[in-house]
Design a protein around this ligand. Structure first.
Ligand SMILES: Cc1ncc(COP(=O)(O)O)c(C=O)c1O
Length: 406
């Protein structure tokens, strides 16, 4: 058996390579035209509006609102539903922290269900028990690009008079039963961060079919003003620049191609690692009724069959000179922010007298999510990766796992 580099063997690659999105000539032209026009800020030119229109058409929704990043999109989604002080939002504990901090940003309280181990998404069966008189919404995440079980989630929401927010940061173009995510719930939130399936560097989009939600969202991202220097509500400046929107328009025009490249990398990972499936790893298996967009490739290690823990595996794979990540090494509520129960000082919003509820973030709260956080290894499907890059990444993981097999 071949020894991994960390045990004195020869690494799969001699040098480490980073991956960056490739910006097309057309995209460069679009961005350059903004620079040449001098119309840089939101709405001074036409790109933000055009990007919003094109994105709404792509998704099949009535309204899209471009914002500065995905976290701003989520915060705006929460606010535009009127969710705030004293309210609870049920969400998944296995996501990027912004899924839950966006709820805190509007003074509401995140409440965590648990996940399904095959999709790593919020398990609809764990939602109902968490509903209280304070619950206002369910915030689902389509993690890694695999849509959550929207039929069941929408049913629970309608039966309990709850809104549904879709965190689509990792799922641009993903489909659930033929419908694009971000068009199914009451409001969707997208991120165009550098690593996302399409990027504007930093950027985000809020999507909805509801005019009232859209109007509220627009006010929220524009200092609470419809008329210059006249402010009716508390708002933020979450606007997107024309430069971001120009790049976004270009990227959106080839999103199918960008998603296909990720799918191809995922296929290579599955081919290379299939022989370990069920024994040393659990590989992702998309459900039949979804279109997966493979933002990342999540592998769960079967730690009971390995001699070392996940962190040692990841360290060993890195020493093979390939890129490997852990998304996410802990569930959201294990972070100190949630253990301290203090976001704004003096324990707010948890200690807010208008809240009055009691929420638990104790270890063991979401056992499946905790298991996933201990055992997940994330393989990249980044734009800029070649088939060879994917083969070497999978080879490195395979070599390490076979070496450390019990
Ligand atoms: C699931 C999820 N939600 C929210 C965000 C926040 O997006 P952004 O980084 O654009 O603020 C991200 C990405 O970083 C994410 O992956």
């Amino acid at each position: 058996m071949e020894a991994p580099a960390i045990e004195g063997g020869k690494p799969v690659r001699d040098t480490f390579k980073e991956y960056f999105p490739r910006i097309s000539e057309y995209e460069k032209q679009l961005v350059l035209s903004v620079l040449e026009s001098g119309r840089l800020a939101s709405g001074v030119g036409t790109f933000v509006r055009r990007f919003e229109e094109e994105f709404a058409r792509f998704l099949g929704v009535k309204y899209s609102l471009a914002v500065s990043n995905g976290t701003a999109a989520l915060h705006t989604a929460v606010a535009s539903l009127g969710i705030g002080v004293g309210d609870e939002v049920i969400t998944t504990p296995f996501s990027f922290v912004a899924t839950a901090t966006a709820v805190l940003h509007n003074n509401a309280i995140p409440v965590f269900g648990d996940i399904e181990l095959d999709t790593l998404n919020l398990d609809p069966e764990t939602i109902v028990d968490k509903i209280t008189p304070r619950t206002r919404a369910i915030l689902v995440v389509h993690l890694a690009g695999h849509p959550a079980e929207m039929d069941e989630i929408m049913k629970i929401a309608r039966e309990n008079d709850l809104a549904v927010i879709e965190d689509c940061a990792q799922a641009i173009g993903s489909e659930y039963k033929g419908r694009k995510v971000g068009s199914i719930g009451d409001v969707g939130a997208f991120s165009f961060y550098q690593s996302k399936n399409m990027t504007t560097g930093e950027g985000g989009m809020v999507t909805t079919n509801d005019e009232a939600i859209y109007r509220k969202a627009r006010l929220f991202v524009e200092h609470g003003s419809e008329e210059r220097y006249y402010h009716t509500t508390l708002g933020w400046n979450y606007r997107m620049t024309e430069l971001q929107a120009a790049l976004g328009l270009g990227q959106l025009s080839r999103i199918e191609e960008l998603n296909r490249a990720r799918e191809e990398i995922a296929r290579i990972y599955t081919d290379e690692l299939e022989s370990l499936d069920g024994d040393l790893v659990l590989l992702p298996k998309p459900r039949k009724h979804v279109k997966h967009t493979w933002h990342i490739y999540q592998v769960l290690l079967r730690l009971e069959n390995l001699r070392v823990n996940r962190d040692r595996v990841v360290e060993a794979v890195k020493r093979e000179n390939v890129l490997v990540l852990v998304s996410y090494p802990r569930v959201i509520y294990e972070n100190p922010l949630f253990q301290k129960l203090d976001a704004y000082g003096r324990g707010c919003p948890w200690s807010c007298p208008y809240y009055g509820g009691k929420v638990s973030y104790k270890p063991g709260l979401s056992p499946k999510a905790e298991l996933a956080a201990r055992s997940v290894v994330t393989l990249p499907t980044l734009a800029g990766m070649s088939a060879d890059d994917a083969v070497d990444t999978a080879k490195a993981l395979k070599k390490v796992l076979l070496y450390y097999r019990k």
